[in-house]
Design a protein around this ligand. Structure first.
Ligand code: IMP
Ligand code: MG
Length: 173
């Protein structure tokens, strides 16, 4: 496999994150906002999106691994690293890299909702169209992309390519 055509360029990503950051800034003005990213994939969108939010936000990270077949999300998730803080009464925005089946995020949302945050919303850079096995209510979406396997900007293929500043598809040699 090798890096194929670019699906979303570095410029497009950065431009969209400026827009999303402005929207989030307006929506959470005067509120105490906690950004929560899911490692490892969302590390880059967290770093860039956070810099476009003109509010005194706090950030935190979770690490999860899904049980079951390696190639497919089972929706059964094990928390490897939980949040460092309580979120009761706080405004929480989950920052994601990509939503595919939506199963991981659906689990995560239900897990966090039990802790009774003041609000719980989702921002994702990428949304694969037509693939959600569970309906996910996404507040902020960067780009809708076709159901292809993509890499770059945090997204990996067996651990590699996360450091690319753009999103590309993989193709056969
Ligand atoms: P799902 O929404 O539960 O199916 O799983 C989403 C997770 O699977 C994402 O957070 C990514 O880590 C991973 N994932 C889904 N689609 C892709 C892709 O095209 N490239 C790389 N990772 C992906
Ligand atoms: Mg992820």
């Amino acid at each position: 496999m090798k890096i194929g055509r670019t699906l979303v360029s570095e410029e497009e990503i950065q431009q969209r994150l400026v827009e999303m950051g402005a929207e989030i800034t307006a929506d959470y003005e005067g509120k105490d906002l906690l950004l929560v990213a899911v490692l490892k994939g969302a590390f880059m969108v967290m770093a860039d999106l956070a810099r476009n939010i003109a509010l005194p936000v706090e950030i935190d990270f979770m690490a999860v691994s899904s049980y079951g077949a390696a190639t497919q999300t089972s929706g059964v998730v094990r928390i490897l690293k939980d949040l460092d803080q309580e979120i009761a009464g706080r405004h929480v925005l989950i920052v994601e890299d990509i939503i595919d089946s939506g199963l991981t995020l659906d689990y995560l949302r239900r897990n966090l909702e039990v802790r009774e945050p003041a609000s719980l919303e989702i921002a994702t850079l990428l949304l694969k169209s037509g693939l959600q096995r569970v309906p996910i209510d996404v507040r902020y979406t960067g780009f809708e992309i076709p159901p292809e396997f993509v890499i770059g900007y945090g997204l990996d293929l067996v651990g590699k390519y996360r450091n690319l500043p753009y999103i590309a598809v993989m193709e056969e040699e």
